[in-house]
Ligand binder design. Structure first.
Ligand code: PBG
Length: 337
């Protein structure tokens, strides 16, 4: 607890806070937080085919990769010591339907990716997003009927989706859909199917954010999306409601939590991690990454310094770790020291 402003721990001139900051070694000694490679999760985009590398225009440095190239890229993540990757599929438009049935195909792109990564690199954690949007011709995370996003019918599908992902070998399922009650239902479905050890990383406080645009370009859901996601994702104006969302997800069996987006929502991250003491991760989302890269491309920011600062700020706010599209870049920087 910091002292009250009325009772300072010392006073000038005897106390000079700049003393501890004078040298590099001293600053290292007194640092309260440190970003390490162990904090990183790397979201990757997969596409069908072979030898395919498609740059995502709004995310400079990020590519959609076919499985062969993705497995190779994950090899670098393993070599750098990144603990986990999160897989997002770019599904061809012809496979997207109003029922999102491809989400339930045990041989869909996500499952093929998981099997390939696990076969080549069993030591890295693999996270699968549980939501319908990559597979849904409506671009929504849930089933749409008469313009409404159905809750309970969607949850039933998400349970089946999570089970096929677990069957493919994923370690963590990450429901990003924001349907009510899905964490508990998914836990029950996984347990019933024998996957008691598969972890659930819940996107517990996920906001209806304008910062997801580049991600939707990457997975091709943006052009499909009819309307917006405000009837299931949270209002950026709300903080107390995030605590209720989180409390419910923990009660339903979430092992880990995500607050999303990252930097604009550090107050929420702080409150969640302090209040609940459950591992809470920040998601530095596509729009945050795109803003940074755009500024760097213009010569307006020092990219390396800004990137490391953004991530250590997440740690200071209480993040157990961060999902970042820049994870490889960051791990290289950290290795360089
Ligand atoms: C979809 C999903 C989204 C992201 C992760 N899973 C986008 C959305 O909700 O529209 C966003 C990731 C990002 O912007 O980096 N279930």
């Amino acid at each position: 607890m910091p002292p009250s402003p009325q009772k300072p721990l010392g006073s000038y001139p005897r106390t000079r806070l700049r003393r501890n900051r004078r040298t590099h070694w001293s600053r290292r000694l007194v640092a309260e937080n440190r970003l390490s490679t162990s904090d990183l999760m790397w979201p990757v985009f997969a596409v069908a085919g072979e030898g395919r590398r498609e740059p995502v225009a709004s995310m400079p440095g990020v590519d959609r990769l076919s499985i062969d190239l993705l497995v190779e890229a994950v090899g670098e993540a393993v070599a750098l010591g990144i603990p986990a990757v999160a897989v997002f599929p770019s599904i061809e438009a012809a496979l997207k339907t109003p029922e999102a049935s491809e989400a339930l195909n045990p041989d869909n792109l996500v499952c093929r990716v998981v099997r390939a990564i696990k076969a080549a690199h069993p030591e890295i954690g693999v996270i699968c997003d549980v939501a319908l949007d990559p597979f849904n011709s409506e671009g929504h995370d849930g089933l749409v009927q008469d313009g409404r996003v159905l809750n309970d019918e969607t949850v039933a599908l998400l349970c089946r989706q999570a089970v096929i992902q677990a069957q493919a070998g994923c370690d963590i399922v990450a429901p990003s859909d924001m349907m009510d009650g899905r964490v508990g239902a998914i836990r029950d479905a996984l347990d019933a199917a024998g996957f008691v050890e598969v972890q659930i990383m819940s996107y517990a406080a996920k906001y209806a954010s304008a910062f997801y645009g580049p991600f939707r370009d990457a997975v091709g859901s943006g052009a499909m999306l009819k309307g917006n996601k405000k009837c299931y994702q949270m209002d950026p104006a709300n903080g107390a409601e995030a605590m209720r969302e989180v409390a419910l997800d923990i009660a339903e069996g979430a092992d880990m939590l995500i607050v999303k987006p990252g930097l604009p929502y550090l107050d929420v991250l702080r409150a969640v991690s302090q209040t609940f003491g459950v591992p809470t991760f920040a998601y530095q989302v596509s729009g945050e990454y795109a803003m940074l890269k755009a500024a760097v491309a213009n010569g307006w920011l020092d990219g390396e310094a800004a990137l490391l600062e953004m991530l250590v700020c997440c740690k200071r706010a209480g993040a157990a770790g961060i999902l970042s599209y820049a994870a490889i870049e960051v791990a290289r920087l950290l290795r360089r020291g």
